[in-house]
Design a binder for this molecule. Sequence first.
Ligand SMILES: [Zn+2]
Length: 575
Amino acid sequence: MSRVCNKKPSVCTDEPLSNDEICHRLAVMLHVLSSCYGPRGRLKQIHNNVGGNFHSTSTSSVLIRAVTFSDPLLKLIAAAISDHTARFSDCGLFTGVFCLGLIENARRLGLRSAVATRVYKYLLNECNRYLSADDCGCKVQVDFSSVRSLVTLAHTVVTSKPACMLDSDESQHIASLTVQAFLQSVPSASSNVFGKTLVVAVEGQPVRDSAVFPGLLVEVPILQSVDLNRSPGPYKIVLFSTSLSGDCSEIGEAALEIQVGINPEMVVLEQLLKLGERVVHDGVEVFACQKVIHPVLQQYLKERGLVVIERLGLALMEPIAQMTGALIMASICSPVPAKAYGQIRGLHLHRIGSKEHLQLLPFGEAAVNTMVLCHRNETMLEELKVTCQRAEHVLRLTLKEPYALIGGGCTETVLSGYIKYTVENKVSEAASALKCSHTEFLLATEAFCCSLQSVALSLAHKDQHFLKDLTHAHCWVTEKDAHSQTTAMHLCSCGLVKERADLEKIFFNIPLNTAHLSFLPAPIKPDVQPRLLDSFTAKLNALNVAAETANLVLDARIFLLGAPDCTTGGLKTGD
Ligand SMILES: [Zn+2]
């Protein structure tokens, strides 16, 4: 019996941003994302409606993947954030908070959307120009001769994810391991293939047991102890992707023609043993297979001193092939060609928690390593795994552009200060080029700068107050009473500016406006390293994605939400 659904008419929404319901949803999304932002962000509990485990996170990519958005505008913003994090790993929350801030502030200040989009585009170009300039006050060069700035970059990513539940020593340990894994995966001058870092997650062990191992770690059954008393390496390895279980049912769709009196299982086993004989003859010492190996073949190989590894799984095949130089054998019928054998430098056995892992050491210059991450429970371990992979990606981005941006909200306040001061000095020229009045141009600039500052403000939570100094436009955090400036602050948020008597500061929490702040942020001659650094490449892209997405949303005129047989809604934009 087929189900009959009445076809509903399509829903057409005119001027979506004048719809209170839609604006409320945008405000809720802004609140959810901004409340996750930074080291003191509030965690979100995710639990799907068909049961399953609770998951705690403040990571934008995990959050957005878990939430279903019904509104086309929200879907558009969520897709922009997901696409950004898929490519750059970091600054997903920044993208969302800045984008939604631009939309909300344009509405709050009553700007015509056509004007807002034109001015936002102009200001975005000014930001890109400033951030790309050599004298940009928010940018520092990543010094590859020392690991300090790399560790700071990784540490900023790790500490910005409170769901990892790390204390300060643990954060430092994880940041150092991430840098170690990154450095080990950088290829040598003679090789142009970037290495791989595989992650092995171990639940129930303390975080300090986490470590990085060169080569690959493969879990082996604890009862089948591996005999490693052998001559020093290198060892020859053979790698199979096909099942060696001898089970005829795994042949697939092919038809088998069997003569009377012949047992197909025995024939396959004979074939497997011939293969075993061949590899033993060829001097192979490690026999590895993605799937199951027949127990008789395993016994045969072990008796002849070979290390047998089965059930490797698909994920490990490529890295092992890359590391050893072995060709992946997909058949047992042909003899193994000499060029299919790979090499490993050595083997070690490690006991991690209750599991035993065999370490395959790389031969030659293959930059493959394994990061063992330990944590107390599954949900923290999952967040830690995502965080470390993202931190390593952020480090890789520095190879493309060796810069970092100062963190802790200072980049946002400096950039906002710079943009406000610079464009106010060319209002007439810019307003006439953008075909708007002076007032409109200044209001749109106000909306843009407020949105930047509100990203910095999202770092503040409950008992904190943010200040901005009126010399360098850096961000300062105090945990005391909002009307008292007596709290001792020795450094600004990013750690570049030191406290001194002549540094005047203002609160910028409430009210959120920048009207009285128009000055060119003075350059700093730092004698210290910033203690917080963000990825330059990721944040620059996030800034662009956020402003472009906000412009697209502000430009949306009509929604066409399809009937049930028309699965996707449409969006029409234009003046
Ligand atoms: Zn600072």
